[in-house]
Design a protein around this ligand. Structure first.
Ligand SMILES: Cc1cc2nc3c(=O)[nH]c(=O)nc-3n(C[C@H](O)[C@H](O)[C@H](O)COP(=O)(O)OP(=O)(O)OC[C@H]3O[C@@H](n4cnc5c(N)ncnc54)[C@H](O)[C@@H]3O)c2cc1C
Length: 558
């Protein structure tokens, strides 16, 4: 035996499982196709937002939350509907969903604190939903941002695994790519694969796939923690569901290339049951990174509620196409409305006042104030004048930004970014003026303006995220800004079906002895704990919860 447990993937899910197994006295091998610089996987690059329920941080901002409300929101978002027949796809997904909300309302915060994760006072109101109390979305703010962003979440787990390696309890096999599972009878006994040529590329940069040798490792159990498919557009297209129309011809990429989905197909071919593969979580607010790290690298804008959103033909999006409300509702709108399906982009129109307070960019490297734990910079960049430096850099260098002092010039610049001019100045002007007429009174029939006022009733938004309603065309709030938005691929919501112990199930629905799965590869638990929609900040937590569950089951079983 090379170890008690082999973990495929050194991302967050793999690291959490590893550390808990070491704590239980087990010897672990982490097999990772990338080099050591990539330890931590996607979590390093993430904003680090964590879904927590009924916390002191929420209470300090006046938020009243509870398990019951969170579970109502989760079910309204998940909309699990594959629950009938033998071994239905949502059988374990729903149970994992509930267990995860219990974790988020219970043990999670204290456990994270014990691991060294500390939170900023910022609690964001992500994914406000589709406008129905029982439908998709967060009724209250729950997106807790930790100091260090993604690095502050992945770092403590990576450090602990390195310490365990120094003590001889963990062996890292970097540049080792798993190509298959090995079985003895019906039991998984190890992995086989290819040793890839050394590659000194920095974290996140694509590495070579030159095979220099083969390898085999044996253990009492194997955990698949290999992530999702978001870095592989062929896979995204292959599983794109009909309900979201057709995938855009051009998409941009929100994850490193190693999020390739390859291991999921290998698992499938080895008798493992994958479910809900048509459920994914891609954003419509992607902008091309002017300073890319991985191929086709894009950043997601986390928009506050005030930017006006237009389709490629310049028509304001109807609800639920409001910034920050309903990710897949908006994607559906853009991909299924007949006369715009052929276009791959949409537009935000806003002004300097809005960008300064309302634009945030997802990613650790885009938030140096929080990533570097710099409180002074945080207060200056979030409360002071001017947009933060990363946002100004995008405004200046980003291929998707147009800045102009008047609407005619703005529209001209926007038309310059498409193959043919699609936007009509008079049509855009009319719609913006109609909207601007709605901010005169403290009430409004415009759903977005009403939403802005609602948002400002939450202290966190009033302080950090939502400008006072004002006219977009007010010259004092200028210059005007337009942003061309693209679909950015990110998360995989389906995956390996697991039972509540994290055991991977076979094609016949029964557990495969010796095989477990965690993180995005397991659809964050059960092959689809989010169902159709996520409440945000639930992915890192999903890696932590599934990694923890698998390791606890294994510690008890071995
Ligand atoms: C920019 C960005 C922002 C994000 N923001 C947030 C946020 O604020 N909140 C939130 O909850 N989530 C966020 N996420 C999502 C979250 O980071 C990921 O869902 C999560 O980190 C996935 O972790 P994982 O361990 O399951 O997989 P990964 O991090 O993808 O790790 C899997 C590892 O397995 C390796 N691997 C794959 N196949 C093989 C193989 N065959 N052999 C060997 N190794 C293999 C890969 O190289 C990789 O290192 C964000 C993600 C990104 C990229």
């Amino acid at each position: 035996m090379d170890a008690d447990v082999i973990i495929i993937g050194g991302g967050l899910a793999g690291l959490v499982a590893c550390n808990e197994l070491v704590r239980a006295g087990k010897r672990v091998a982490i097999v990772e196709q990338e080099n050591e610089a990539n330890l931590g996987g996607q979590a390093f690059w993430s904003l680090g937002g964590l879904f927590l329920v009924d916390t002191p941080m929420q209470r300090r901002l006046g938020v009243k939350d509870s398990f019951e409300l969170a579970w109502q929101d989760w079910q309204g978002s998940a909309q699990w509907d594959r629950l009938s027949g033998t071994h239905p796809e949502d059988e374990w997904a729903r149970q994992w969903g509930r267990a995860y909300v219990e974790f988020a309302a219970g043990e999670k915060r204290t456990w994270l604190h014990q691991q060294g994760i500390r939170f900023t006072p910022l609690v964001g109101w992500a994914e406000r939903g589709d406008g129905r109390a029982g439908g998709h979305g967060n009724s209250v703010p729950r997106f807790h941002v930790p100091w260090g962003t993604g690095t502050g979440v992945s770092g403590p787990f990576a450090d602990k695994a390195r310490e365990a390696a120094s003590a001889g309890n963990v062996r890292f096999f970097f540049r080792h790519r798993v190509d298959g599972l090995t079985y003895d009878g019906g039991t998984v006994t190890g992995v086989r694969g290819s040793v890839l040529a050394p590659d000194a590329s920095p974290r996140g940069v694509s590495s070579n796939r030159d095979v220099v040798a083969g390898f085999e490792l044996r253990a009492q159990a194997v955990v698949i923690a290999s992530g999702g498919i978001g870095g592989n557009h062929d896979q995204v297209r292959r599983w794109w569901p009909e309900r979201l129309g057709t995938p855009p011809a051009k998409m941009v990429t929100g994850v490193p290339q190693h999020v390739d989905g390859r291991m999921l197909d290998i698992a499938d071919q080895s008798g493992v049951r994958l479910v809900n593969r048509d459920r994914m979580w891609h954003y419509t607010e992607g902008i091309r990174n002017w300073n890319p790290i991985w191929p086709n690298h894009a950043i997601r804008i986390l928009p506050g509620p005030s930017s006006l959103w237009f389709d490629a033909l310049g028509r304001r999006l109807p609800s639920p196409g409001l910034p920050g409300y309903d990710t897949l509702g908006t994607l559906n709108l853009l991909r299924t409305t007949p006369d715009i399906q052929q276009y791959d982009h949409s537009w935000f129109i806003l002004n300097q006042r809005i960008i300064e307070k309302e634009f945030a960019l997802s990613g650790s490297e885009q938030n140096p104030d929080i990533t570097n734990r710099d409180l002074k910079l945080l207060l200056r960049s979030r409360l002071g004048r001017g947009a933060g430096a990363p946002i100004e850099a995008f405004k200046e260098h980003g291929a998707d930004f147009v800045v102009a002092d008047n609407l005619a010039d703005l529209v001209c610049g926007m038309n310059g970014l498409t193959e043919e001019p699609l936007l009509d100045y008079a049509q855009l002007r009319r719609q913006i003026k109609e909207r601007d007429a709605e901010v005169r009174n403290p009430y409004s029939k415009d759903a977005q303006v009403a939403g802005i006022r609602n948002s400002r009733r939450f202290l966190g938004d009033r302080l950090f995220r939502t400008v006072k309603p004002h006219r977009i065309l007010d010259p004092k709030a200028g210059p005007l800004i337009a942003v061309q938005l693209h679909v950015v691929t990110r998360k995989t919501l389906g995956g390996i079906q697991t039972n509540l112990s994290g055991q991977a199930l076979g094609h016949d629905g029964s557990p495969i002895p010796g095989l477990y799965a965690a993180g995005e590869a397991a659809g964050f638990g059960g092959g689809g704990a989010h169902g159709y929609n996520a409440l945000e900040g639930t992915f890192l937590g999903g890696c932590i919860f599934t990694g923890l569950t698998v390791s606890r089951s294994l510690a008890a079983a071995l």
